[in-house]
Every structure is written in C-alpha cells, then in structure tokens.
Design a protein around this ligand. Sequence first.
Ligand code: NI
Length: 136
Amino acid sequence: MITLSRKIHFSSGHKYHNPNWSDQKNKDTFGSSYSEHGHGHNYTLEAEVTGPIDAETGMVMNLADLDAILTEVTDLLDHKFLNTDVEHFKSNMPTTENIVKFCYDHIINHLKNSPELKLHKVRLYESTDLWADYYG
Ligand code: NI
C-alpha cells in the first residue's frame, strides 16, 4: 500500500464564543481567540489517501479527482467567517479540531465509491506551530 498526500490552502475568519457562557467565562477560557469581531488564519489542509497502485495508471488515486474533492471542501470555508457563514459552525465551535473533522467527514463521503482507497489521515494546520490530525 502507498500513501498519497496532498495539501491545499484556504483562509477563514473565526472567533471562539460559547453563547451559553458569560462574557467573562468566554474571555477567561478562550483568551485572545474570543474577540467580538474575530480574527483570521491561513489554513493548510492535508489529506493522506492509502491504497494500492493501479496497474494501468501507476497511481493510487488520480490527483485531479483528489484535488476536486479538496477544492470542494475548502470552497465551503475559504473567505468565510466560519461562525456565521457556515451552517455547521453555527452549532460547532470552529476550532482546528472541529474544522479538521468537518473536512474529514466531507472527504470520506467522496471516497465511498472507491473501496480500495482508505482516508488514512486528514491534518489541518491553523498556523505553522498548531495543527490537528483526524484518523476517523
Ligand atoms: Ni484563531
């Protein structure tokens, strides 16, 4: 089995805010990530797909197909304010952890028709020194 990895970039805004908490508890818990107008990140999404090498193409997966899936998911997030522009994040805090799971769930849905492929891991970098991995 071979693992093929691909990265794609997108930029989004967010803020951390639990509406069930007081302003003070939000500030105490989320610090600078809790600000009224939010802030932005340049995210990098990385998908790792494992499978056999196809004898006819020499590929685990056609890169154009993988790119189409990744672009579809990042189009949902790119240049959006996640808390209000993306339905899923109205009720799920747009943390790195929740965003990587959102991306994984979206990508794996598109791989269901390719049983020979396994989505090994999806990694989301919020910055060069912070990232989250999801293995499903
Ligand atoms: Ni942030």
